[in-house]
Every structure is written in structure tokens, then in C-alpha cells.
Design a protein around this ligand. Structure first.
Ligand code: IPM
Ligand code: MG
Length: 358
């Protein structure tokens, strides 16, 4: 039987509870489609840090590196110093495992969930490639004259030719395999951030190798507008780390909210980490009211990555049909018990196959 070793970091807030439902659904898929997932659970997150002072010890990190994939719940706690746990866990894995593609699909699965007037489900089906290892997230920063009226704060944007090129190239390759509009849109702010000229030039050069793919360009401010006004114009979008962070929260709302949006952090051919786009939502932690749908969708992306395509489609397809049938009422917190949604999806996956056989 195909067996995979999966690192699981539930993390903070609602992270552990939505991840538990994700694993429940993955196990149902494993049962039905005949593979096995061995979970290696790690307790890291803010709570663990408060208790032990430990963030992500190197020994555990070395172990995680050797596993087939990583599932993450959510990181973030208002009681922890800003950025400490984020950089110690999620950013650490993105940078040190060189997960340079942050793949964030934005797709409306159920029209009821889309907040835009006059748009159909098929109008919103795009994928963001967020460059995931450079930009504002890695540049040196500092303060001089801290606390004085003349204080100066700086943070450097870092883009390398190789880093920009590999993200752009991934976007063009993806546009080919998606077979939708066959279009890649570059989103930057080259008119104000002149370092983005590297993106402009690299995009033009790579595009020449893909004559079958059309190209488009939008400055990030305009992109925010077009995402709302004309989301049907987008197929694959490629952008910087920080713009990708911002635009994909906007995108998540187009598909129904942070309760449904999932993402993959990938170094192609090497390693990948899957997570819901939402945060730790501390106010809902431990209440069993958060929606696990985004985490379950992240699990489906992992199955796809592991080559378990049929199982991946079954997980996504089951969630989508439960949504469309109104059995999953929505993806906002409080509409269901968190475990009720996990149970429903797991049961349905098993029932669908039993039905087909019987
Ligand atoms: C995301 C998150 C992270 C980011 C935070 C938690 C550092 O917002 O994955 O989108 O900014 O990348
Ligand atoms: Mg974000």
C-alpha cells in the first residue's frame, strides 16, 4: 500500500481543531482509495512557546524535512510578540525549505458564497502564484533614533533574478496545464517601486518562451479593482510576496471567505506545505464553531501533490456537493460545529464509494 509520512502542525487558535477535521477527512479518503498517511504531530505554536520557551527546535525541523509533506493549521497569537512565532514557524519553513511557490487558487465552488453581484461561479477561477521567499519578508530592517521624534524606520525589498524568474516560470507552466484562458497576469508596482523593473523585464523574457500563453499586466492598485470588477479576466496571476499576501485575502473573500480558501507552499520536486489561508482566529479557538472547510481543501491539495489525484478530487468534490446541496450551510464560523462538518465530509466520501460498489 502507498504510504506517506506527513508532518502535522496544528498551531494556534482554531488551527488544531480544523486540522483534526482535515485529518479525519484524509483518513476517510485513505480508507476508500487504498493508501496510508502516517501523521507526525508536532505541538509547536504560541501555546507551546509560552509553556516551554521553544519555538521550532532544529531537531524537529530536521525530522520534518525528511517527511513527504507538511500540513499546517494556523499561526498567530495576540499575546505573543508580533511576528515571533510567524517567523519561527511558517516563515522558517517557507525560507529554509525554499518553498518558493505559494499557490493560492481562487475559485467559486458555490455561487451562494460569492459576494459579487452579477458574477457567476465560472467567472471566478484563477490561481495566484505568490513568490514566497523574497520581497519585503526577507529584507533587512531596522530603526535609528528609536523612540525619538526623528526616528527612522527602514525595510529593504529583496528580489533576485533567479527568484523572480522561477516564480514567473512556474506561472507560465501552470497556465499551460490549466488549459483555461492560457493567460498569465503580472501584478507589480513598477511605476512607484522601481526595483520591480526586474519583474517587468524577467516577465517579458520568460513570456517569449511561451508563445501559446497570452500575457497581461496590472499595477497592484488596479489589480484590486479588476479582481472585483472583472474577475473573469484572470487565469494565472504572478506577483511579489507581499502583494500576493494581500491580494489573496481579497481573493478568498470572492470565493466565499477565509473559511474556504486553501494554499500550497511548494518547492517543485522537493517539498510542500499545505495550509488554509485563514489565520488562528483566537476568538473562536476551542469553541468547535470554526469551519474546517479551508483546512479540508488544503488536505485535498496535498493529496493532489502526492499523486493521489482520484482521492484529491473526491475530497474537493464532496465538499462542493455538500455546499451546493446546502448541507454545509456556509463557511462562516458558527454555522455548524467544526467536527460536524468533518464527520459529514468523511461519511459522504465513504458512502459515495459504497454506493458506487453496491
Ligand atoms: C499568510 C499569512 C502570513 C504571511 C503571516 C502569518 C506571516 O498572512 O500566509 O498569508 O504574511 O505570509
Ligand atoms: Mg496572509
Amino acid at each position: 500500500m502507498k504510504t506517506f509520512d506527513i508532518a502535522v502542525i496544528g498551531g494556534d487558535g482554531i488551527g488544531p481543531e480544523v486540522t483534526a477535521e482535515e485529518l479525519k477527512v484524509l483518513d476517510a479518503a485513505a480508507d476508500v482509495y487504498g493508501f496510508k498517511l502516517n501523521y507526525h504531530q508536532y505541538p509547536f505554536g504560541s501555546e507551546h512557546y509560552f509553556k516551554t520557551g521553544e519555538i521550532f527546535p532544529e531537531k524537529a525541523f530536521e525530522e520534518v524535512k525528511g517527511l513527504d509533506a507538511i500540513l499546517l493549521g494556523a499561526i498567530g497569537d495576540p499575546r505573543a510578540p508580533v511576528g515571533l512565532i510567524e517567523y519561527g514557524i511558517i516563515a522558517k519553513m517557507r525560507f529554509e525549505l525554499d518553498l518558493y511557490v505559494n499557490l493560492r487558487p481562487i475559485k467559486v465552488f458555490d455561487e451562494r458564497l460569492c459576494p459579487l453581484k452579477g458574477k457567476k461561479a465560472e467567472d471566478i477561477d484563477m490561481v495566484y502564484i505568490r513568490e514566497n521567499t523574497e520581497g519585503a519578508y526577507v529584507g533587512a530592517h531596522g530603526f535609528t533614533h528609536k523612540g525619538q521624534p526623528n526616528e527612522v524606520a527602514t525595510q529593504v525589498l529583496v528580489y533576485t533574478r533567479a527568484g523572480v524568474e522561477r516564480a514567473i516560470r512556474y506561472a507560465f507552466e501552470l497556465a499551460r496545464t490549466r488549459n483555461k484562458k492560457k493567460k498569465v497576469t503580472l501584478i507589480d508596482k513598477a511605476n512607484a517601486m522601481r526595483s520591480h523593473d526586474l519583474w517587468t523585464r524577467t516577465f517579458a523574457e520568460v513570456a517569449r518562451e511561451y508563445p501559446d500563453i497570452s500575457t497581461d499586466h496590472a499595477y497592484v492598485d488596479a489589480a484590486c479593482m479588476w479582481m472585483i470588477k472583472n474577475p473573469e479576466w484572470f487565469d494565472v496571476a504572478v506577483t511579489t510576496n507581499m502583494f500576493g499576501d494581500i491580494l489573496t485575502d481579497l481573493g478568498a473573500v470572492l470565493q466565499g471567505g477565509l473559511g474556504i480558501a486553501a494554499s500550497a507552499n511548494i518547492h517543485p520536486g522537493k517539498k510542500a506545505l499545505f495550509e488554509p489561508i485563514h489565520g488562528s482566529a483566537p476568538k473562536y479557538a476551542g469553541m468547535n464553531t470554526a469551519s474546517p472547510v479551508a483546512a479540508i481543501m488544503a488536505g485535498s491539495m496535498m493529496l493532489e501533490y502526492l499523486g493521489l489525484t482520484e482521492a484529491a478530487h473526491a475530497v474537493e468534490g464532496t465538499v462542493v456537493s455538500l455546499l451546493r446541496a446546502g448541507r454545509i450551510k456556509g463557511v462562516n464560523s458558527g454555522l455548524h460545529k467544526c467536527n460536524e462538518v468533518g464527520d459529514m465530509v468523511a461519511t459522504e466520501i465513504k458512502a459515495a464509494v459504497a454506493g458506487a460498489k453496491g
